[in-house]
Ligand binder design. Structure first.
Ligand code: PEP
Ligand code: MG
Length: 557
C-alpha cells in the first residue's frame, strides 16, 4: 500500500482502478511550425466547441484564449525567428514559451500569471504536434470508470477524456486553482494535485482518491479499505442527498430559513445552475465586462449584461459589485500608474471615484438595467463614509440625466458595501447608517486584517481565516448589521467553506453567497446544523486565543 499526499483540488471521494495517462511523444520534428500551428488551432477550436456544449461558456473561454495566443505574432513570431536562425522547431517552441511564461510568472498580477499557464500549455501542445505525439486517447474496452493519474493534465487533455468514464484526477503538477481543478469541479469529480511520485507502476492498481483530504491511496490494505470505503459511502450518501437538497430552499435542522445566493462573473455562469434553488446572485463581479474587451465597455453593453442576469434570477435579486480593479486585478486601458503597494493603493471604489466618468457610466448602466428588475449595487473596498455619500451624489446626477433623456431608470436602488477592509469592519456600526446592506468579502478581509498577501504562498500560514482576529471582526460586522436592521451576507471564500458554516450560522449570519459548484453542498451543510448548538460553538470559538485552538474546536464536531 502507498498513501500519497497532495493538495485537495476538487471535492469528492472515489474508489476504482488507476489509469496512468501519458502521451507518446516522438523524439524529433515530424511537422513544420506552420502546419503545427494550423493543426493546433483546429484542435483548440474542437475543444472549445466540446467545452461549450458540455461545460458552458465560462470554461470554454480557456480554449478561445489559446486560439488567440496561436494567432498572436508576439508569441509565434519569435518562434519562427528562432527556427530561421537554425533552432530545431521543438526547441524553439520550448525556449520561447518557457521564457515568455517565466517573465509573466514573476508578475504580481494574477491575470498575467494565468496567461503564463496558457503559454506553457499552448507551447506543450505545439511541441507535441511537432513531434507527432499520439493523443488519440481512448479508455480500455468496457464500461469501467478510472482514476486518471498523470504528471500533468492540460485543459485540452481533460477535455479529450470521455467524462462518463472518469472517476477523478490525480496529478503531480498544478495548484489548487489550476485549470484542471476548475474543470474537475465543473465535471463534478474529485481532483488531487501536487502529488510527487506518480508513475506508471500504479497503472491498473486499485485505489482511493480523496479530494477533501488530498490523498491518493494505491493498493490499500484491509485497514485502509475499511476507512476509505466509509468515506466513499458517506460521499455517495451526500451526493444522493444533494439531489433532494437542490430542489429546496436552505433551512437549518431546527427550521431557520437561511439564504444561499451564488457568486457569478457573468450572466452565462447561471446556465450551470440547472434546476437548483438559490436566493439570487449575492455577488456579480462586474470586472469581466472591463477585462474582456480592449476598451471600456459601452453603457448599452453593460446594461444588457446586468439586465440579463437580473432577468435570469427574477423575482430573486442580483447584487452587482461595481468595478473592482487595482491591486491584483489590472486593466490595460486604465493606464494605472505603477504603485509601490498596489494592494494599499488606488483600487476598488477609490479608483472608481478617481475616474468618475467611467464610474458614472457604470452607475448609469445599473440604473437603466434595474428598471422594473430586482437589482442592487455594491461598492468594493470601502473604507470611508465619503465613498458612499459621493456614490449617492453620482447616482442622483446620473438619475437626473436619464430622466432628462426620458430613459426609464430604477427608483430607490439599494446601495450596499463590501466589508473587506479593517476600517470598514471597525466602523461597521456607523457605516450601517449610510448603506442598505453589507456583504463581507473574507478574501480581502483576511489579507488586510492579518497583513498577509492572499496570493503569496510564503505567508499562507499567516493568511489564516481560522485566526480569532478575523472571526471576531466578522462577528462584530454581523452583529452591527443586525442591530441596524440591514442585511449582512458573506460572499468571500469562507461562505463556501463547509468548515465555517456552523460558526457563521452561530454568529448570526443569515445569508451566504457561494460559487455555484458549492451551492448545494453548503445548503446541505446548513440543513445538518442546529442553530442553538451553532451558537455555543461560535461563542467558544470567539473566546479562543489562536488559530490552532479555533481549528481544534471546529474539527472536533
Ligand atoms: C473578497 O474579497 O472576499 C471578495 C469576494 O472579492 P474578490 O475575491 O473579488 O476580491
Ligand atoms: Mg475583494
Amino acid at each position: 500500500m502507498r498513501i500519497l499526499n497532495g493538495i485537495a483540488g476538487a471535492p469528492g471521494v472515489v474508489s476504482g482502478k488507476v489509469l496512468y495517462y501519458e502521451k507518446k511523444v516522438g523524439s524529433s520534428a515530424e511537422t513544420d511550425i506552420d502546419t503545427a500551428v494550423k493543426k493546433c488551432i483546429d484542435k483548440v477550436k474542437k475543444m472549445y466547441n466540446k467545452a461549450l456544449a458540455d461545460l458552458g461558456e465560462d470554461k470554454a473561454k480557456i480554449f478561445f484564449a489559446y486560439e488567440m495566443l496561436l494567432g498572436d505574432q508576439m508569441f509565434i513570431g519569435p518562434i519562427k525567428e528562432a527556427i530561421a536562425g537554425g533552432d530545431e522547431p521543438e526547441k524553439a517552441v520550448a525556449d520561447v514559451s518557457e521564457s515568455m511564461s517565466g517573465v509573466l510568472m514573476k508578475k504580481e498580477n494574477e491575470y498575467l500569471r494565468q496567461r503564463a499557464d496558457d503559454i506553457r500549455n499552448v507551447g506543450n501542445m505545439l511541441r507535441e504536434i511537432i513531434c507527432g505525439a499520439d493523443d488519440d486517447f481512448s479508455f480500455p474496452e468496457g464500461d469501467d470508470k478510472y482514476i486518471i493519474s498523470a504528471q500533468e493534465l492540460t485543459p485540452v487533455d481533460t477535455m479529450l477524456f470521455d467524462h462518463s468514464r472518469l472517476l477523478g484526477f490525480v496529478t503531480k503538477e498544478g495548484g489548487a486553482t489550476s485549470h484542471t481543478v476548475i474543470l474537475a469541479k465543473s465535471i463534478g469529480i474529485p481532483a488531487v494535485v501536487g502529488v510527487s511520485e506518480l508513475d506508471r507502476s500504479s497503472d491498473d492498481a486499485d485505489a482511493y482518491l480523496d479530494g477533501y483530504a488530498g490523498e491518493f491511496v494505491i493498493n490499500p490494505d484491509a485497514e485502509a479499505k475499511s476507512v476509505y470505503d466509509k468515506r466513499v459511502l458517506d460521499e455517495q450518501e451526500l451526493l444522493k442527498s444533494l439531489d433532494t437538497i437542490k430542489k429546496n430552499d436552505a433551512y437549518t435542522k431546527d427550521g431557520e430559513r437561511i439564504k444561499v445566493a451564488v457568486n457569478i462573473g457573468k450572466p452565462s455562469d447561471l446556465k450551470c445552475s440547472e434546476d437548483s434553488k438559490f436566493d439570487g446572485v449575492g455577488l456579480f463581479r462586474s470586472e469581466f465586462l472591463y477585462s474582456s474587451s480592449k476598451e471600456k465597455p459601452p453603457v448599452k453593453q453593460q446594461c444588457e449584461a446586468y439586465k440579463k442576469a437580473a432577468d435570469l434570477v427574477y423575482p430573486k435579486s442580483v447584487t452587482i459589485r461595481t468595478l473592482d480593479v487595482g491591486g491584483d486585478k489590472q486593466i490595460e486601458y486604465f493606464h494605472m500608474p505603477k504603485e509601490e503597494n498596489p494592494f494599499l493603493g488606488n483600487r476598488g471604489i477609490r479608483l472608481c471615484l478617481s475616474n468618475e466618468g467611467v464610474f458614472s457610466d457604470q452607475l448609469k448602466a445599473l440604473l437603466m438595467a434595474g428598471y422594473g428588475k430586482r437589482l442592487k449595487i455594491m461598492l468594493p473596498m470601502v473604507t470611508r463614509i465619503e465613498e458612499i455619500t459621493r456614490t449617492r451624489e453620482l447616482l442622483a446626477e446620473v438619475k437626473e440625466e436619464l430622466e432628462r433623456e426620458g430613459t426609464p431608470a430604477a427608483d430607490d436602488i439599494e446601495l450596499g458595501i463590501m466589508i473587506e477592509t479593517p476600517a470598514s469592519a471597525i466602523m461597521s456600526e456607523v457605516l450601517a447608517k449610510h448603506c442598505d446592506f453589507f456583504s463581507i468579502g473574507t478574501n480581502d478581509l483576511v489579507q488586510y486584517i492579518m497583513s498577509a498577501d492572499r496570493g503569496n504562498s510564503a505567508v499562507e500560514k499567516v493568511y489564516n481565516p481560522f485566526n480569532p482576529a478575523v472571526l471576531k471582526m466578522i462577528y462584530k460586522v454581523i452583529q452591527d448589521g443586525a442591530d441596524a436592521g440591514i442585511e449582512v451576507s458573506v460572499c468571500g471564500d469562507l461562505a463556501a467553506n463547509p468548515d465555517f458554516t456552523e460558526i457563521l450560522l452561530g454568529m448570526g449570519l443569515k445569508k451566504f453567497s457561494v460559487p455555484l459548484p458549492m451551492l448545494n453542498r453548503i445548503k446541505k451543510k446548513i440543513s445538518d446544523i442546529n442553530l442553538s448548538s451553532a451558537k455555543d460553538v461560535a461563542n467558544e470559538v470567539l473566546k479562543a486565543e489562536d488559530e490552532y485552538e479555533v481549528e481544534k474546536i471546529i474539527r472536533r464536531g
